[in-house]
Design a binder for this molecule. Structure first.
Ligand SMILES: [Zn+2]
Length: 207
């Protein structure tokens, strides 16, 4: 179990936060961990972003692309939205902790900013603000989910190669003029097999 760090003074709106936290803790996973934007303290540390006084921009690819300003002191990391970016108004001060390594030196940790958590963690994830995996109820992808998503990606890749829509709701793309029929039939079969795996996996979620 990750260590818990002493809590700061309680926030003023105790009841609201408490009831919100309880409902979060009891529910089903809200998302898959590798689909959520993540801030890794080890990456920040290795890249020199935790050096006090260094101000840097941190960007996550994907849609929409998200960028934030990151600055650090010895005790905390400050995360700020880029001025003018109205899509994400995040401003957080994340406490840092350090533990001694076996081989000397120290390794940094984030302290989850949630008042009710305060767990030591290497990674924080971006929901409305940064929280740890448990607070955001993120699940690790299961093997079955992986296989299902991989199958979907195989179908989408074939569709894209044929110049068609990646959506399975659209008709399968016709053969491009430059493509040999042999190749087209092979790709069509590949897409059909992968689509069958995908739909079977999808059906399993609801049983
Ligand atoms: Zn947490």
């Amino acid at each position: 179990m990750p260590a818990r760090i002493a809590r700061p003074p309680p926030p003023t709106c105790l009841e609201g936060q408490a009831s919100q936290m309880i409902s979060v803790a009891r529910g089903q996973p809200r998302g898959i961990i590798n689909e959520v934007r993540c801030l890794d303290v080890r990456v920040l540390s290795k890249g020199g972003w935790l050096v006090p006084g260094v101000l840097s921009t941190w960007s996550w690819s994907g849609t929409p692309k998200v960028s934030m300003l990151i600055s650090a002191t010895t005790d905390h990391v400050k995360v700020d939205s880029i001025p003018g970016d109205k899509s994400r108004a995040v401003q957080q001060v994340i406490d840092l902790d350090r533990t001694a390594c076996h081989l000397g030196g120290h390794r940094p940790w984030f302290i989850c900013p949630s008042f009710w958590c305060r767990r030591r963690t290497a990674k924080l994830y971006l929901g409305d603000s940064f929280r740890c995996r448990r607070c955001l109820r993120l699940a690790y992808p299961s093997t079955r989910e992986n296989a299902t998503y991989r199958a979907l990606r195989r179908v989408q890749k074939v569709r894209a190669r044929l110049g068609g829509s990646r959506s399975l709701a659209e008709p399968f793309p016709p053969k491009p003029r430059w493509m040999r029929w042999e190749t087209y039939f092979r790709l069509q079969e590949k897409a059909e097999l992968a689509a069958a795996v995908y739909y079977r996996g999808l059906a399993n979620y609801f049983v």
